[in-house]
Design a protein around this ligand. Structure first.
Ligand SMILES: Cc1cc2nc3c(=O)[nH]c(=O)nc-3n(C[C@H](O)[C@H](O)[C@H](O)COP(=O)(O)OP(=O)(O)OC[C@H]3O[C@@H](n4cnc5c(N)ncnc54)[C@H](O)[C@@H]3O)c2cc1C
Length: 366
């Protein structure tokens, strides 16, 4: 253990314990704090040694290499939630980056604030939510984010970014693209609509309420339903569910030109209408209409089934989209399975899947 500028710095700390996949080697140096000054001190410590710094949240979207990370990992921990109601039918929750995201959802629905109910049960921290613009069941967190407070690690100062400055898109923001690793997010403000109806856009959620005979579910019922649906798919962290030892969806849903759907229907031998797809707006060129395909459907089309295993890495027995550590898996085994899925889907469909989790300690990722 070391001390630098009053900050406790641990050495050679296993990172597997800080990730939901439970895989990966050690961090050379490790700091846990929610304090902005301490984060900046840790950054200076890294700089003085000429090593990189990595900001860690809940580790639920992360694959750490078997070699670990030869730098300083700053785990952003702790953080309060502040509720403020405006007179115009809206309210806001301002949350410290280290707070648990699901606590924000619980507070929102308890106070009858709509906007994040379908994001219930997504693991990880508040600070992780803007990074890949978390989304589920038709909702994206970018629609609720007002402002992100972050430390600009290059300039060593705090900045406030309004949502329009965050570059949000499908599973993207400036934090995971153009300005990757530049910021440590310390606080996020979310806006909610008081008393508005829950979003019931996705089939799974609609079916759930149809089956349960609930015509007008409340926000709290919607959040609970989403958690239950997620649990059935192994997409909720449940201590005794081996299928939740994952990083959630390992692959993004590919966004393709609408004509691709016809080609894929021919490969699958099904009707165009039977290819799972969601409108994704207008795409690569102004005249292109694009759709979001289901990566899970493509993976199954390529012949991979739930529970498919390669060594100690496998696909979830509940959902082909999640790669699971079946017990003692190495990062190399996870990567081998990832590559087999990507190659298999490419060979069958000529669609290239992209990985969703962030890599740490791999040659290409740092
Ligand atoms: C079972 C399961 C289900 C999931 N379901 C979904 C889902 O439905 N939708 C979805 O979008 N995601 C889902 N995920 C992925 C994951 O939960 C989210 O991406 C989550 O927001 C990651 O937050 P985290 O705090 O765990 O981030 P980490 O995994 O710790 O980090 C991920 C990235 O965010 C960066 N980061 C984290 N905190 C900060 C910070 N304070 N400042 C700057 N950068 C930071 C890290 O540097 C890294 O680049 C799921 C994961 C699991 C395990």
């Amino acid at each position: 253990m070391l001390y630098s500028e009053g900050v406790t710095i641990l050495e050679n700390v296993s990172l597997a314990q800080y990730t939901t996949l439970g895989v990966g080697g050690p961090a050379r140096w490790f700091v846990e704090t929610g304090d902005e000054e301490e984060i900046l001190s840790a950054v200076r410590f890294a700089r003085a040694r000429g090593v990189p710094c990595f900001i860690l949240g809940g580790g639920s979207n992360l694959l750490v290499s078997d070699q670990g990370f030869n730098g300083v990992v700053v785990r952003v921990a702790g953080g309060a939630l502040d509720w403020a109601q405006a007179g115009d039918g809206t309210a806001s929750i301002t949350a410290g980056a280290g707070a648990e995201w699901d606590a924000v959802v619980r507070l929102a629905v308890e106070k009858n604030g709509a906007g994040v109910e379908c994001l219930a049960g997504i693991p990880g921290s508040v600070g992780g939510t803007p990074v890949q613009n978390v989304g589920a069941y038709g909702q994206e967190v970018s629609h609720s984010i007002v402002r992100v407070r972050a430390l600009d690690l290059a300039a060593a100062k705090a900045v406030d970014l309004v949502a329009a400055e965050c570059g949000f898109g499908y599973r993207r923001s400036l934090f995971n693209t153009t300005e990757r690793r530049r910021y440590a997010i310390t606080r996020v403000e979310y806006k909610l609509a008081i008393g508005a109806k829950p979003l019931l856009e996705y089939r799974d959620v609609k079916n759930y309420f149809a089956e349960h005979g609930v015509a007008q579910p409340t926000l709290a019922q919607t959040a609970d339903a989403v958690r239950e649906i997620r649990a059935r798919k192994g997409m909720l962290l449940v201590a005794d569910d081996a299928d939740s030892r994952s990083a959630g969806s390992f692959f993004k849903n590919p966004v393709v030109r609408v004509e691709e759907v016809r080609r894929l229907a021919a490969i699958a031998g099904c009707r165009v209408a039977d290819v799972p797809q969601f409108p994704a707006g207008w795409g690569f060129e102004p005249e292109d209409c694009v759709v979001k395909l289901s990566a899970a459907w493509l993976i199954e089309l390529a012949g991979f089934q739930k529970g498919f295993a390669m060594g100690r890495a496998g696909l979830s027995t509940k959902h082909v989209l999640a790669i699971v550590n079946r017990g003692g898996a190495t990062a190399a085994e996870i990567v081998a399975l990832r590559d087999a899925v990507i190659e298999g889907v490419w060979a069958r469909t000529a669609v290239r899947l992209e990985q969703e989790p962030v890599l740490l300690g791999f040659a290409a990722a740092g």
